[in-house]
Design a protein around this ligand. Sequence first.
Ligand SMILES: *Cc1c(COP(=O)(O)O)cnc(C)c1O
Length: 394
Amino acid sequence: MSVRRGWNFLMTPGPTNIPERVQAAMNRPALEYAGPEFLELSLGVHKDIKQLFRTESEVFIYSANGHGAWEAALSNTISPGDTVLVPGTGQFSLGWSEMAKSLGANSIYLENDWRNGVDAAEVEQKLRDDNAHEIKAVLLVHTDTASSITSDIPAVRKAIDAAGHPALLMVDTIASMVTTDYRMDEWGVDVTIAACQKGVMMPPGISFTAANDKARKVGESANIGRNYWDWRTRRGAVHYTWYCGTGPVNMILGLREAIDMILEETLDGAYARHSRLANAVRAAVGVWGQEGTMEMNALVPGQAANGVTTIRVNDTIDVNALQSLLRDEFGVALGSGLGLLNGKTFRIGHMGYVSEPMILGALGSVETAFAMLDIDHGKGGVMAAIESLAKAKI
Ligand SMILES: *Cc1c(COP(=O)(O)O)cnc(C)c1O
C-alpha cells in the first residue's frame, strides 16, 4: 500500500461523511438506558425528528438500516395476499417490490427505463382498473439512488385521488431526506420511510417510519406477521417499548446533534445547498459528455436528484478501473452502478455533510483520473462546476 496523506473523500450516496460534531456527541461513556437523561433525550429526538419529515405524525425509530424500515412499513400495513403497486424508478424500487413479494404480497411493478421519474398517469390508470381495490398501497421511491431520479410525489397523490382509490401512499425518502424538498403532511403521504446515513449525516444503523392515522388504522388489522416492527406496541408507557428493547443510545446522542445541525442550517438551507452542489456536478458532467462517451442518466433535467448523480458511460469506459484508480491513488470513493446499471454507470454522491470545496476536489480528481486512464471526455468540467458555483446564490 502506498502512503497517502490528507483526507479521504467519501463521495458515495450512503453511507456519507459524518460531521465532527456528530462524532463528538456520540463519543460518550455509556448512559443509563432507563434513567431520566436518556428519557429526555429520546423524547426530544422523537419530537424534533418530525420536522425533517414535515409531519405531525408519529415517527418510529428502529435499530436497523433502510431495508429494515422498508420491512417495517410493509409489515405494519399489508396482509398476505394483498397487492402493492410499485412504480419503477431504479434498483431501489425493484428491491422494495421484491421485498414485498418475499413477505407474501403480490407486487405489480411498473416497468420503466430508470431514466425517467414516475409516470403518474400510468399509476392512475392501474388504480382505476383495480375496481376491487386489491391494491393496498403504492410504494414510491422519492429519490432512487441507483438511477439518481427524483419523482414527483404530489403528482402521484393526485393520481390516487383522481382514481378515487383508497390505497396507502408509502414513500421511501432514504436518499431524499434533508437533500430535497419533502412535505409528508402537505403532500398527503401516509407512510414515510427514511434512514440516518445519507442526508441525515449519521453513521448507518438507524431508520425510521412515519405513519399517519390512516396508515396506523389500516395497520390495526393488516398483518403480514410482525413483532419488532409493530407500530401498535411501540408507544407503551415504559419507554423501553418505544425501541422494542434497548435503544441505540449513542446513535440517539449523535442523531440529536445531527438534527440540531440541520435545524441550524434550516431545511430550506440544506435543500438549497444540495441543489447548488448538484448543479455544479451536472455542469461538469455536461462538459465531460461532449465527446459522446458519457452522459447524465436522468433524461429530464428537473428529475435529476439533489443528492447523487448517476453518470452513464459507453463501453469504451471501464468504470471499475476508474473507481479503483480514484480509490487507490486519490482516496476518493465513488458509487458503483447498481442492478441493471452495474458496469454501465458510476455515481457521485453529494448528500449530507458536503461543501463546495469537497465537490470541487472530487470533480477535479475524477477529471484527473479520466486523463490518466485516457478516457475520452470533454475538457473543462471542473471549470464549468466553478462557474456554476460562482453564479449560485448562497
Ligand atoms: C440507501 C437506500 C436504501 C437502502 O438503505 P440501507 O440502509 O442500505 O438498507 C433504500 N432506498 C433508497 C432510496 C436508498 O437510497
